[in-house]
Structure formats: structure tokens, C-alpha cells
Design a protein around this ligand. Structure first.
Ligand code: HEC
Ligand code: HEC
Ligand code: HEC
Ligand code: HEC
Length: 152
């Protein structure tokens, strides 16, 4: 009695294993890849809508100047002229949209000024920097410096 697969059984078993692995891969892949992936490129197309839905937190200098005409004048020509309002005051899109409900928080100048001016060897030598404890003791920085015109 001839047995056609007698010497090929191990190959059939092997093919079966490959089939199981291949199907398993396809099942896992379809379960793990999010909808929309690959539609527009190597990313999830819905990510564009997700990002567009995020509310902006910064209003931008132009918006501030519409209501606070004094502050840009104070800053002009000084060392802080090029710094964005919200670099110091924090993101204020909510305040700009509705100034009566969202009032900007008062700033603690010792921590605010230190974020840029705390002395550090890694900063370029020309950049004005101080060791707060030696320079100011326990005083707030705005007892001597006007934040909008710090050289005065
Ligand atoms: C639509 C008008 C408007 C816009 C835009 C606006 N503000 Fe104001 N802001 C106000 C009003 C009104 C007050 C409250 C004034 C008050 O009671 O002294 C205020 C208060 C403030 C205060 C507190 C002042 C204080 O005396 O305590 C700061 C700081 C401030 N705004 C910064 C900003 C910055 C920075 C921006 C830009 C991101 C901005 N504002 C955009 C209207 C606006
Ligand atoms: C270098 C940091 C810095 C920058 C840049 C800056 N501010 Fe201020 N600003 C302060 C600090 C500190 C105060 C002190 C009051 C406080 O505690 O909030 C202040 C006060 C204010 C006040 C209260 C009224 C006053 O004049 O004292 C307003 C309004 C204001 N800033 C708006 C602005 C706007 C608008 C801009 C951008 C055109 C701006 N600021 C840029 C740090 C800054
Ligand atoms: C976002 C970063 C930033 C913050 C916050 C900041 N500064 Fe500055 N400051 C600068 C830059 C940038 C310059 C200009 C450096 C230059 O070009 O020489 C400067 C310059 C200065 C100078 C030198 C003035 C001059 O005429 O040479 C003083 C003093 C100063 N800042 C004090 C302060 C004080 C006080 C505060 C807190 C109210 C503060 N800064 C907050 C970035 C900052
Ligand atoms: C008692 C007053 C006083 C206080 C408080 C004070 N400063 Fe000054 N600061 C000065 C004077 C005066 C100068 C200019 C003379 C000098 O360079 O020492 C100056 C200069 C600076 C400079 C420029 C240094 C340079 O190398 O050009 C920076 C930056 C500065 N201060 C940051 C701060 C910071 C940040 C604080 C808060 C931790 C602060 N100051 C608090 C009086 C003060």
C-alpha cells in the first residue's frame, strides 16, 4: 500500500505551524492597529482631528496688547522687550477671551526671575545671571527691579 505523504509528514506539520503563526499575526495586528492607520500615511489619520480639537492655551502678545496698551510701552526698548507676555505671565488664552472670569495669578518674582536668571555654569557668560541668595537676600526681585523694564 503506497503512502504518498510518508516522508513528508514533518513538512505538513511545519506548514501547519506557519499557518497558525500567520493567522495569529493577522488577528493580533487587526486588534492592535487603531482605526484610520495608514489612510493618509504612516500614522493614525484621526490624530489630526484630535490635535485640532485641543484648545489653545496661549493667546499671543497681539491679544494682550489689545487691552493692555501700557505694558507693551513699558517693555519697549528695555532688556525684556523681546520676551513674550505669556513667557512670564503663563498661558492666558482663557483670560484674554474672558478677562472678568479668569484673572491672571499674581507672580512670585523670586521663582519667576530665577527660571531665566539663576546663575549656572552652562549659561553663556554674556547672559545676565545672579545667585539669588547673594544678590537679593530674602527680598523679592521686584522690590528693586521693574519686571517690564528690569534695567531701571
Ligand atoms: C479683552 C481684554 C483683555 C485681554 C485680551 C487681556 N487682558 Fe489682561 N486684563 C483685562 C482686564 C479687564 C483685567 C482686570 C483689570 C483690573 O481689574 O485691574 C486684566 C488683568 C490682567 C492682569 C492683572 C493685573 C493686575 O492688576 O493684577 C494681568 C497680569 C494681565 N491682565 C495680563 C494679560 C496678558 C499677559 C494678556 C495676554 C495673554 C492679557 N492680559 C489679555 C483685560 C484683558
Ligand atoms: C519678564 C517677565 C514679564 C514680561 C515679559 C511681561 N510681564 Fe507683565 N508683569 C510681570 C510681573 C512680575 C508683574 C508684577 C505683577 C504680578 O505680580 O503679576 C507684571 C505686571 C503686569 C501687569 C499688571 C499691571 C502693571 O503694569 O503692573 C499687567 C497688566 C501686565 N504685566 C501685562 C503684561 C503684558 C501685556 C506683557 C506683554 C506685552 C507683559 N506683561 C510682559 C512680568 C512680566
Ligand atoms: C523668559 C526669561 C526671562 C525671565 C522670566 C526674566 N528675564 Fe530678565 N532678561 C531676560 C533676557 C533674555 C534678558 C536680556 C539679555 C540680554 O540680551 O542681554 C534679560 C535681562 C535682564 C536684566 C538686565 C537688564 C539690562 O538692562 O541689562 C535684568 C536686571 C533682568 N533681566 C531682571 C529680571 C527680573 C528681575 C525678572 C523677574 C521679574 C526677570 N528678569 C525675568 C530673560 C528673562
Ligand atoms: C536690593 C535691590 C535688588 C534686589 C532685591 C534684586 N536686585 Fe538685581 N540688581 C540690583 C542692582 C542695583 C543691579 C545692578 C548692579 C549690579 O549689577 O549688581 C542688579 C542687577 C541684576 C542683574 C544683572 C546682572 C548682570 O550681570 O548684568 C540681574 C540678572 C538681576 N539683578 C536679577 C535679579 C533677580 C533674579 C532678583 C531676585 C532674586 C534680583 N535681581 C533682586 C538690585 C537688586
Amino acid at each position: 500500500m503506497p503512502q504518498p505523504l510518508k516522508d513528508a509528514r514533518h513538512l505538513v506539520r511545519m506548514a501547519g505551524l506557519f499557518l497558525v503563526a500567520g493567522v495569529g499575526f493577522l488577528v493580533l495586528r487587526s486588534a492592535l492597529i487603531p482605526a484610520g492607520f495608514g489612510e493618509l500615511g504612516h500614522y493614525r489619520s484621526g490624530a489630526l482631528d484630535d490635535n485640532a480639537r485641543v484648545e489653545p492655551r496661549f493667546a499671543g502678545r497681539g491679544a494682550c496688547a489689545e487691552c493692555h496698551d501700557l505694558a507693551p510701552e513699558e517693555l519697549a526698548g528695555g532688556a525684556h522687550a523681546a520676551i513674550g507676555c505669556e513667557a512670564c505671565h503663563g498661558p492666558l488664552a482663557g483670560h484674554a477671551a474672558d478677562p472678568d472670569t479668569e484673572v491672571p495669578p499674581a507672580l512670585d518674582t523670586r521663582s519667576l526671575c530665577a527660571t531665566c536668571h539663576a546663575a549656572e555654569p552652562a549659561k553663556p557668560g554674556w547672559f545676565p545671571q545672579v545667585v539669588a541668595a547673594e544678590h537679593a537676600g530674602d527680598d523679592a526681585c521686584d522690590e528693586c527691579h521693574v519686571p517690564h523694564q528690569p534695567g531701571v
